[in-house]
Design a protein around this ligand. Structure first.
Ligand SMILES: NC(=O)C1=CN([C@@H]2O[C@H](COP(=O)(O)OP(=O)(O)OC[C@H]3O[C@@H](n4cnc5c(N)ncnc54)[C@H](O)[C@@H]3O)[C@@H](O)[C@H]2O)C=CC1
Ligand SMILES: O=C(CO)COP(=O)(O)O
Length: 298
């Protein structure tokens, strides 16, 4: 293993933005399935031989990718994806822990649109790990335009990052239906309460929901067309089919599959999640106008 070396795995929007950020202070490799014209692009084996890996592949592909390509040789990992595995209802930390010791795992959360990070615009994120030493090692790779905070609430960060994508779809639907600012902000506020209720069931810490990982990322994603999930919501409100919307998007919108995961988890654990339920139902064909009526019922 090349000591001190850093690589990003996955050259989508977020992988490329993180590669740009992490290249400011040191050399940083990047790899993906198809070759890209990016500085320090390398093959997978070279990337996997680095000591520090930042993995930015979509949540639903992680298990297969780890099974097929990854061999643990002591690498330290920062997970950059946001989502819940739809087939199992597992949070991303649970999947990674099947392959990698907990002490070697960290998770990025917080409001951070790739499109702004890649321009070097300032932002603040959280690096979540049960191992504070890991945070200290990764922290020094981040450039001056990114402020990094530490948290040991891995499960809280994972739930916030995944749940806010579903709420961003809901907010996009609200915007697409022209329901006004009062409606959108009511939805976001009640969404935060719902996300907290869901998270507390799984042991997330309350503080996480009012910080960058929770309210921060929710406010960002649920209020901007820069969010792919928000744009999925806009499309649904305009009666486009999900297939059409995703084809046009051409990038991952994690909230779609995560809605299915949350739908299974809230049924299994009997958690009251009215907004996520309506997003799931709309994805399954319910008319958004009927969802609105149901959400407004006292
Ligand atoms: N774009 C953003 O602003 C942010 C994205 N994220 C999260 O980062 C993750 C990735 O998102 P983006 O890069 O934006 O998506 P994207 O749609 O731009 O790119 C996804 C990339 O994943 C890789 N990939 C897809 N399937 C794969 C497989 N089977 N094996 C290996 N690699 C595969 C490919 O390199 C592809 O380009 C998502 O979980 C997303 O929620 C988190 C924070 C910000
Ligand atoms: O997580 C994000 C910003 O923090 C990106 O959100 P979208 O995937 O909805 O674009």
């Amino acid at each position: 293993m090349k000591e001190g070396s850093v690589a990003v795995i996955g050259a989508g929007k977020w992988g490329q933005a993180l590669h740009y950020a992490l290249s400011q202070k040191q050399e940083c490799y990047i790899t993906s399935r198809t070759k890209r014209d990016i500085k320090n692009f390398t093959d997978l084996q070279t990337a996997l031989s680095c000591e520090y890996l930042v993995i930015a592949i979509p949540a639903q592909q992680i298990r297969t990718w780890l099974s097929n390509h990854f061999e643990f040789k002591g690498q330290k990992i920062l997970v950059a994806s946001k989502g819940i595995e739809a087939t199992t209802g597992k949070f991303l930390n649970e999947i990674y822990e099947e392959f990698i010791p907990t002490q070697n795992l960290g998770f990025i959360s917080g409001p951070s649109f790739a499109a702004e990070v890649i321009k070097g615009l300032p932002c603040a994120i959280v690096l979540n790990s049960l191992n504070k030493q890991l945070f200290l090692e990764f922290e020094k790779f981040f450039p001056n335009f990114i402020k990094t905070y530490y948290s040991d609430d891995v499960i809280g960060a994972e739930i916030c990052g995944a749940y806010k994508n579903v709420l961003a779809i809901a907010s996009g639907i609200c915007e697409g239906m022209d329901l006004g600012n009062n409606a959108r902000v009511s939805l976001i506020s009640r969404g935060l309460v719902e996300m907290q209720r869901f998270g507390s069931h799984f042991g997330a810490k309350m503080d996480t929901f009012i910080g960058l990982s929770g309210a921060g990322d929710l406010f960002l994603t649920a209020s901007s067309e820069l969010s792919r999930n928000f744009r999925v919501g806009l499309g649904l409100a305009n009666n486009k089919t999900l297939d059409e919307i995703l084809k046009q998007l051409g990038e991952v919108a994690e909230g779609v599959k995560t809605s299915y995961a949350i739908n299974s988890l809230n049924k299994k654990h009997n958690i009251y999640t009215p907004i996520a339920n309506e997003v799931y139902s709309i994805l399954e064909g319910k008319n958004p106008k009927d969802s609105l009526k149901d959400l407004l019922k006292n």
